[in-house]
Design a protein around this ligand. Structure first.
Ligand SMILES: [Fe+2]
Ligand SMILES: [Fe+2]
Length: 202
């Protein structure tokens, strides 16, 4: 059974594979179309991954693991820069003079960020939370995956709204649960970020 941390690590591996695919194309003079296609996948993977961390994982960590506060704050700033770069790449075709350079700088930033999460943040979180809450958090993250946008949203709020569905994870993240919240969460949270328009489970 995966937990929050093993699942985030799996995402990191998936993204690293895409980075390698891009590097290979670049080395072999791959076409702009092929490079842009790989970058499209990178944009989708990283957008969802960053949103799930911001909406579910980081808030739970901030609430429960005091010594991880600094690394979470740094992580949010790194996400911020990455999301702006992703949104610029989204508007490019792959044949621009600066396209490859932009992707390379993105890869450097993400690799640095992933290393900090895996080396500094995750071990502290695993030790502080233990297996069961991490499994619950994983379930909340999986639910969030279907709700967050798969395009970069650099201007959207990067802190969790009061809309977490698992009571344990919500409590861990310091959010009101379905029981304690008087009303469904305000707009602008997971609901506000949901793909498409007009949908709403609550
Ligand atoms: Fe992250
Ligand atoms: Fe991550």
């Amino acid at each position: 059974m995966p937990d929050a941390i093993t699942s985030l690590r799996d995402d990191h591996k998936k993204v690293e594979k895409l980075f390698k695919a891009f590097e290979k194309l670049e080395k072999n003079d791959g076409s702009a179309t092929d490079k842009r296609q790989v970058v499209g996948e990178i944009i989708r993977e990283l957008s969802v991954h960053a949103a799930v961390e911001e909406q579910v994982f980081y808030p739970a960590v901030r609430k429960s693991v005091e010594e991880a506060e600094d690394v979470v704050l740094e992580g949010l700033e790194e996400h911020h820069i990455v999301k702006w770069t992703l949104s610029e790449l989204e508007g490019m075709n792959g044949d621009e003079e600066r396209f490859d350079a932009k992707v390379k700088v993105l890869m450097e930033s993400v690799r640095h960020h992933v290393e900090e999460e895996e080396q500094e943040m995750f071990p502290k979180v695993r030790e502080a939370l233990g297996r069961k809450p991490l499994v619950e958090l994983f379930e909340t993250m999986e639910a969030a995956r279907n709700e967050v946008p798969d395009t970069p949203q650099p201007e959207a709020p990067d802190e969790a709204p009061a809309n977490l569905t698992s009571p344990t994870a919500a409590a861990a993240a310091g959010q009101p649960t379905a029981k304690t919240a008087a009303k469904p969460a305000a707009k602008g949270g997971l609901l506000g970020l949901r793909r498409g328009k007009g949908g709403g489970k609550s």
